[in-house]
Design a protein around this ligand. Structure first.
Ligand code: BMA
Length: 340
């Protein structure tokens, strides 16, 4: 039985795997048949990676970053009965504006999907006179209505919280630049209506631990637990041969999520397998979603691997929270409210 509780659905129809005996570090282990999504998954799409999955009815839907043959990414929809085998729609998702007119982003990448009450929201990075955040809603995964862009450029890695907190929608994001941003902290903003955003706060920045010393960005939508919001994020370090993306974990205060309660000084997952180390961009583990079973505490993390594949890793709530707490180092910039 789980000591720690988490909010969310009961998810049985996924091939959960048990923890192997010989784990060296964090209690996070890869799916034995990774990558879950391989090259050329859809006609006209060379790679799918950095994508998000959510339970929907008795199956799963996913919003996938699909790179077309001209190199431009768009978001594709997929459906799956087990979270592993996917059937994709052949064309990218067609977004419309609130008047029902076509309203397509010029490009769209790194989508996340979050359910709040009865609506599913998709966030991604798109051109808004420079890279910034796009936002859309759907209730049926057939019709996708774009909302106002939440932030001015430049910004990436936005993730909504799965419920309002003190009556407000909350969104994490990572202000950036026009290129391969050599800096970056996670901020949080709030909105009463998903149109007007304000009360921006700093959540956390890079750390002195080398795997996340260059920049960080939020990954999967935070999971509500009795210990706080469990956040899987990415941390980046700069090496002689480029950036290396690993997965980290932190726990944010439930009522006041700009306050970091615990933050793991060790990475939870770092590029070690061929599909993480070799691809279009080598050495990338980029978490974008979790599927979790509130009954057993099992958590599956979907992550992009080497900007080429989608891979899956497992953990469980009690062990991951315990590991994060046991290896936690927080600084004043983490624990303060984040305003200056
Ligand atoms: C970031 C984003 C991600 C990508 C990563 C590594 O800036 O563009 O989509 O996975 O770089 O290339």
């Amino acid at each position: 039985m789980n000591r720690i509780k988490m909010t969310g659905q009961v998810v049985k129809n996924m091939p959960w795997q048990e923890k192997p005996k010989n784990l060296a570090g964090a209690p996070v282990w890869r799916y034995s048949d990774n990558p879950v999504i391989n090259r050329n998954p859809i006609k006209g799409v060379s790679r799918i990676f950095n994508s998000a999955v959510i339970p929907y009815n008795d199956e799963f839907v996913g919003v996938f970053r699909g790179e077309k043959l001209n190199g431009i990414p768009h978001i594709y929809l997929g459906r799956s009965g087990d979270g592993i085998n996917w059937v994709f729609q052949e064309n990218e998702i067609l977004f419309e504006n609130e008047d029902g007119k076509p309203f397509m982003p010029l490009y769209a990448y790194d989508p996340r999907v979050v359910k709040i009450e009865d609506t599913y929201y998709i966030m991604w990075c798109q051109d808004f006179y420079g890279p910034s955040i796009g936002l859309a809603k759907t209730t049926d995964f057939e019709k996708f209505v774009r909302l106002e862009n939440p932030f001015i450029p430049f910004n990436r890695n936005a993730v909504l919280f799965p419920r309002k907190i003190n009556g407000m929608y909350k969104m994490l994001s990572r202000p950036s630049d026009t290129g391969h941003t050599p800096f970056g902290d996670i901020f949080i903003s709030e909105s009463p209506d998903l149109v007007y955003w304000g009360r921006h706060r700093h959540v956390m920045g890079t750390s002195k631990y080398w795997w996340e010393s260059l920049k960080i960005g939020s990954g999967a939508a935070p999971i509500e637990t009795s210990e706080g919001w469990l956040l899987f994020y990415h941390g980046v370090c700069h090496t002689c041969s480029g950036y290396v993306y690993s997965m980290g974990g932190a726990i944010l205060d439930l009522e006041n999520p700009s306050v970091v309660k615990y933050r793991c000084r060790n990475f939870l997952l770092t590029p070690e397998e061929w599909y993480e180390e070799r691809g279009f961009v080598p050495n990338v583990c980029f978490p974008c979603a979790t599927v979790h079973d509130s009954e057993t505490g099992r958590i599956a993390v979907y992550y992009g691997a080497a900007d080429t594949y989608v891979a899956l890793a497992f953990t469980n709530l009690d062990e991951i929270v315990e590991y994060i707490k046991e290896h936690s180092s927080v600084t004043e910039s983490d624990t303060e409210i984040g305003t200056r």
